[in-house]
Design a binder for this molecule. Sequence first.
Ligand code: CO
Length: 134
Amino acid sequence: MIGRLNHVAIAVKDIAAASAVYKNALGANVGAAFDQPEHGVKVVFIELPNTKIELLEPLGAGSPIAKFLEKSPDGGIHHVCYEVDDILVARDQLKAQGARVLGDGNPKIGAHGKPVLFLHPKDFCGTLVELEQV
Ligand code: CO
């Protein structure tokens, strides 16, 4: 069902400092930061030849990544995003297998303007999984 790895997301406390690490130390093609208030994050995408890195900084009170950064103050891998052809078909197949979909179970529009869903880490080897319809 899943296709390509769309991105790996890394939660950080300071997205400007993290962007500088990727740009200067790693020599990566770092995009501009933008706010995603509906997801409670500030986002930077870094284009790699075969995938993307998504840097996430908490935005606003109650950001879903604030707790993660309390436990991992240096930052860390927050989720992986896999591409799917049809997000509703994928969701229904996963729910039929007993997987838990986070939130109200309906896709939201993600950072690329495409529908996304998140799956419970306890059902996927301890890793928060994002599905994006491409
Ligand atoms: Co993501």
